[in-house]
Design a protein around this ligand. Structure first.
Ligand code: AMP
Length: 404
């Protein structure tokens, strides 16, 4: 099976193309976009269609509006930013499949772009409703999914809609294809040594990814809250640190499996501990053997940064998912930022996945240095877990089909 790129589609001047983008961008309290990466990353597909004089109808979600109109989740700020980036007007519909959207779509001229309102204003979107998908499909002769960030969800504009397009009328957008190709290459044919750096809050959230990655990597580095379940499994006191007692057996199994496979497995050797989960907490640095009762580990310590730095030194491929500590608080951000710098200065391929990790890399000022930062947190994690994403599977067509 294969997936068409936009260039494989027999698109002609004046064709109507429906594009599902992921414009789920962060907004501040005043409704300003604080990070427009997801919009900028979708530009290649939109520009390709503009260069081919298509009529483009774009759909996206923003936030979780619960199936009804809510001004707070309107895509209006996105339309403005997209206009600015494309240097042309983007027409904004007042609804999703209502009379305004339909009228504006019908009047669309070649080279014009219409943005529908938030698809999640219609409760049928998240139910993968076929009737809603059919109405959406009436906006386009062709369908392109460039919304990697939602492709792990079987939603109407991502999954059900593909049923209304035959093999030569649907494609993955350039961004979506780039995302899946990066992860595919990484997991199937990495340049070695391949090091996975995994952090974040809990083992449970990443268990499947750890199990799937273990046979593929040469070294595995664990940081963040999840490290404490491993340390506890090894018999150490972890005080009030985040621990999942029910996963201690799993943690032991993972460590045994790493040993069996010859994968080098690294845990923090020193920890920044605090007497409470707060910015004004009292802080101490201790080795992992010496976490006292009543204290909690909220970041990796300086010795760990050096150790992990050395582990990364000869890496040819690095995959990073999950912060090393509670990086949102200044006091516990140093470990994450320093590991970000260590990864950034490696000469290998550096792939970052996960919303928090991408945010941390940006705050650390290392985003330009990374080879690839995924736009999809949940979606990239599911790829690491070895799962097929429903939105991607729905784009697959038989190898023998040629559309040109
Ligand atoms: P995840 O969504 O699983 O990647 O987790 C990201 C979150 O993990 C971030 O919000 C961090 O603040 C949090 N985190 C990282 N290290 C720790 C820790 N030692 N204790 C508690 N939370 C942590």
């Amino acid at each position: 099976m294969k997936i068409n790129s936009p260039k494989d589609l027999p698109i002609k001047r004046g064709d109507r193309v429906f594009v599902r983008c992921d414009f789920n961008v962060p907004l501040d309290e005043f409704g300003n976009i604080t990070d427009d990466r997801r919009i900028r990353m979708a530009l290649p597909t939109i520009k390709y269609l503009l260069d081919n004089d298509c009529k483009i109808v774009i759909a996206s979600h923003l936030g979780r509006p619960k199936g009804e109109f809510n001004e707070k989740f309107s895509l209006k700020p996105v339309a403005k930013r997209l206009s600015h980036l494309l240097k042309q007007d983007v027409i904004m519909a007042k609804d999703v499949v209502g009379s305004d959207a339909k009228e504006k779509a019908a009047n669309l001229k070649e080279g014009e772009v219409l943005l529908l309102e938030n698809v999640r204003f219609d409760s049928r979107e998240t139910k993968n409703d076929e009737g809603f998908a059919k109405e959406l499909s009436e906006f386009g002769d062709f369908y392109i999914n460039d919304a990697f960030g939602v492709s792990h969800r079987a939603h109407a504009s991502v999954e059900a809609i593909t049923r209304f397009y035959d093999s030569c009328r649907k494609a993955g957008g350039f961004l979506l294809l780039k995302e899946i190709n990066f992860f595919h290459k990484l997991l199937e044919n990495p340049v070695r040594p391949f090091v996975a750096v995994v952090g974040g809050s809990k083992v449970s959230g990443k268990l499947q990814a750890l199990v799937n990655l273990l046979p593929k990597v040469d070294k595995m580095v664990i940081g963040g809250g999840m490290a404490f379940t491993f340390l506890k499994a090894m018999g150490y006191n972890v005080g009030n640190s985040l621990v999942e007692d029910d996963l201690i057996d799993e943690a032991l199994k993972i460590m045994a499996e790493a040993k069996r496979l010859g994968v080098k497995f690294y845990l923090p050797v020193d920890i920044v501990i605090a007497d409470k989960f707060a910015e004004d907490a009292m802080v101490k640095y201790v080795t992992y053997q010496e976490i006292p009762d009543g204290w909690m580990g909220l970041d990796i310590g300086p010795a760990t940064v050096r150790l992990f730095g050395e582990v990364l030194w000869d890496a040819q491929t690095i995959l990073w998912n999950g912060p090393m500590g509670v990086y949102e608080m200044d006091k516990f951000s140093r470990g994450t930022f320093k590991i970000s710098h260590e990864i950034a200065r490696s000469h290998g391929i550096k792939v970052v996945g996960g919303g928090d990790t991408a945010d941390a890399v940006q705050r650390a000022g290392d985003d330009e240095e990374m080879t690839f930062i995924s736009t999809g947190g949940g979606a990239s994690l599911e790829l690491l877990e070895g799962k097929k994403l429903p939105g991607v599977a729905a784009l697959e067509i038989p190898d023998e089909v040629s559309c040109q």
